[in-house]
Design a protein around this ligand. Structure first.
Ligand code: C2E
Ligand code: MG
Ligand code: MG
Ligand code: MG
Length: 279
């Protein structure tokens, strides 16, 4: 028994755990160098209307790692957050998106596109968040009506008053807000009405189970009705097949994002796709 206990106590030296620890240390080291090595990239996933016309894109961060290839956000976002690097990398992503909106503004086939940028709760709560954004907006001269910031319900649950104040400051500048992953958090419906929101984004876990799961269908239907009564735009993410799209359209959701239409892609591919349609 004593032996078993001893083994538990020294489980830190378990070779598998040690390997995992080393791997995460290496990943963190590489991540700190990623900016100087130009390894961050912004991918664009089309958002389409009921005619299939691309109205905009969600900008999604990618890390082009020399050995690992393209690393997924699921792996590096938590690490960016735990190391506070999210503030700098998040600002980089936003600035890149703003620069792109400026380029597009002068080209008729791209001028109407919107870009949605994800903001992590940690970035949003950072003391200089608003000032930092204002600086980016001034530097890039982005057409702000084309920019959407995607935030999550966590913010509203933890500090609703602070969230509202920050959002109001940014809304006054012309920024729009989308509530990402909607339905997975626990925000109070009373709060939703008081926030300067423009869009609800139905989380993909609900969309995925359409139309078979009746419980899910009921949830999605309520979200759509809620958005309509609050006069918010509603978009479904994670649309993977034609049945899901048809169900959503029949229930009043007219904006979609998902693999059924397109995967996230590099800038050149996204632009090429729009050009093809414009021909
Ligand atoms: P999200 O904001 O909810 O983004 C949607 C995710 O769903 C993206 O994953 C997208 O590739 C994926 N997706 C889109 N359509 C489908 C579909 O039809 N089927 C399936 N299975 N997946 C689909 P991605 O790019 O891996 O990003 C994951 C998360 O990482 C994002 O979730 C967002 O929370 C975070 N993230 C990505 N880029 C940024 C960024 O620049 N800043 C911050 N703070 N977070 C980011
Ligand atoms: Mg998002
Ligand atoms: Mg989402
Ligand atoms: Mg999500």
């Amino acid at each position: 028994q004593a032996k078993a206990q001893g083994r538990d106590r020294f489980c830190f030296f378990d070779p598998e755990m040690q390997e995992a620890l080393l791997a995460s240390i290496r990943l963190e080291r590489d991540m700190r160098q990623a900016a100087t090595l130009d390894q961050w990239q912004l991918y664009y996933q089309p958002q389409v209307d009921e005619q299939g016309v691309i109205t905009g894109a969600e900008a999604l961060l990618r890390w082009a790692h020399p050995e690992r290839g393209v690393v997924s956000p699921a792996e590096f976002i938590p690490l960016l957050e735990s190391t506070q690097l999210i503030n700098d990398v998040g600002a980089w992503a936003l600035e890149r998106a703003c620069e792109q909106l400026v380029v597009w503004a002068s080209q008729p086939q791209f001028a109407a596109l919107t870009v949605s940028v994800n903001i992590s709760p940690m970035q949003f709560r950072e003391r200089h968040f608003v000032a930092r954004l204002e600086e980016i907006f001034t530097r890039t001269q982005v057409p702000l009506s084309r920019l959407k910031l995607e935030i999550t319900e966590t913010l509203l649950v933890d500090a609703p008053e602070q969230a509202r104040a920050t959002m109001s400051l940014l809304q006054a500048l012309g920024v729009r807000f989308s509530l990402d992953d909607f339905g997975t958090g626990y925000s109070s419906l009373a709060y939703l009405a008081q926030l300067p929101l423009d869009q609800l984004k139905i989380d993909q876990t609900f969309v995925k189970q359409l139309p078979d799961s009746r419980a899910n269908a009921a949830i999605v239907e309520s979200i759509i009705v809620l958005a309509q009564s609050l006069e918010l735009e509603v978009i479904a993410e994670g649309v993977e097949n034609v049945e899901q799209r048809a169900w959503l359209l029949a229930h009043g959701c007219r904006l979609y994002q998902g693999y059924y239409f397109a995967r996230p892609m590099a800038l050149e591919a996204f632009e090429a796709r729009i050009m093809r349609r414009a021909l």
